[in-house]
Ligand binder design. Structure first.
Ligand code: MTE
Ligand code: MO
Length: 383
């Protein structure tokens, strides 16, 4: 992992902290298990990681455009039915380093591992909102609330020392099938500090930036959250927009994640022996759209073969959302004969038949987000 904070660093204030703690595992370790161990799960922070040490006193408010604002404690959340949801969280900036090779972009230089797949345990946000009198499947409250804003207890420079925040539509928050969680567990264990202890939001199927950690308050609001990370960041601009002509208000905050796939068993520098090579990696799409197919090429994209796909080992993956986890990644595997130095490529197709774009140049954007171009790895074959 890169940029690991020392224990002393974790006590630093916003002023003292040079860089927030961001880390990703080596790609080869990432796909060794369907459920990503907490230690190998990427960590993305915009400020110092807060410490909540008194769980009995920890509480958060739900207020805004509702009749009965409430203060909730952990015991109120624990009382609600507990759900375990397998969901992949992917940072919008995953694969940014590769995009920056086309033209410079701004942001953390991620390789291909700024994502992980965890089993999140917690209460459904839809159930929590029922506690304050908002029924399931509400898109507007009587007082005009249309969005649910999550405010953290951390502090970040981009918010001028204020907390990290984001919002999602009320219709999604109150839909039990959307599986939006207030999570207190990750992979069956108490959530740790890095990932939002004691309580974080998990919004399956959309960019990681909306899954706010360390919840301090939840606001029911009329317009989407006006925070920095909703309005001045994490928006997808066309390649023609650069820092001298950007108009932030012209684009919507990015929510959904497009279809993605990455080869994890090989690095660009790998020199391999001629013969059989096992190629493995992950594929995942947004919005709960499953993966229909993963194509692998060993000739730079001229010809393709289909990789096998699985979530649970030994059970072939079928994207039906019944025998599969709809919010989770799919691992793929194919064994190929590689006889000479070449470019190996992967591209996935989701169940809506969306495909990954061929060239990173075509989707270049100044913030370097959503690099979902065909994943290419150069291998050198030595005889
Ligand atoms: N929540 C808070 N409070 N502060 C943050 O900096 N970063 C967001 C999101 N939630 C962030 C946050 C971003 S950009 C991502 S990708 C995910 O958390 C990362 O979650 P993780 O660190 O648990 O992997
Ligand atoms: Mo992110």
């Amino acid at each position: 992992e890169r940029n690991r904070h020392s224990f002393e660093d974790t006590k630093k204030t916003l002023e003292e902290l040079k860089e927030p703690f961001n880390a990703e595992p080596p790609r080869s370790l990432l796909v060794s298990s369907y459920v990503t161990p907490v230690d190998l799960f990427y960590k993305r922070n915009h400020g110092p990681i807060p410490i909540v040490d008194d769980l009995e006193r920890y509480c958060f408010s739900i207020s805004g455009l509702i009749k009965n604002p409430k203060k909730l404690f952990m015991k109120d959340i624990w009382m609600l039915p507990k759900y375990n949801v397998a969901a992949t969280l992917q940072c919008a900036g995953n694969r940014r380093t590769a995009m920056s090779k086309t033209r410079k972009v701004k942001g953390v230089g991620w390789d291909v591992s700024a994502l992980g797949n965890a089993v999140w345990g917690g209460a459904k946000l839809a159930d929590v909102l029922e506690l304050v009198g908002i029924p399931n499947l509400t898109s507007t409250t009587q007082s005009g609330g249309k969005h649910v804003e999550f405010v953290s207890i951390d502090k970040c420079k981009e918010e001028n020392g204020g907390p990290y925040k984001a919002s999602i539509p009320l219709s999604q928050a109150t839909n039990p099938d959307a599986d939006v969680l207030l999570a207190y567990e990750m992979n069956g264990e108490t959530l740790n500090r890095d990932h939002g202890y004691p309580l974080r939001v998990v919004v399956p199927g959309i960019i990681g930036a909306r899954s706010v950690k360390w919840i301090d308050s939840i606001n029911i609001i009329a317009e989407e959250c006006q925070g920095f990370f909703m309005q001045k960041d994490y928006k997808m601009f066309p390649p023609s927009v650069d820092w001298d002509n950007i108009n932030w208000a012209s684009r919507r905050p990015q929510m959904d994640f497009p279809v993605q796939s990455v080869i994890c068993s090989l690095e660009d520098v790998n020199a391999i022996k001629p013969g059989k090579v096992k190629i493995s990696g992950y594929a995942v799409s947004g919005g709960g759209r499953g993966i229909e197919r993963v194509d692998v090429s060993i000739d730079g994209g001229k010809t393709w073969m289909e990789a096998s796909r699985y979530q649970k080992t030994g059970i072939p993956y079928v994207a039906d959302g019944i025998n599969s986890d709809k919010w989770a990644w799919v691992l793929f595997e194919v064994t190929v004969d590689v006889m000479q130095s070449t470019e190996i490529v992967a591209k996935a197709v989701d169940i809506a038949s969306n495909v990954q774009p061929e060239k990173v140049e075509d989707i270049w954007n100044l913030r370097g987000i959503l690099n979902t171009s065909w994943h290419r790895v150069q291998v050198r074959v030595g005889h």
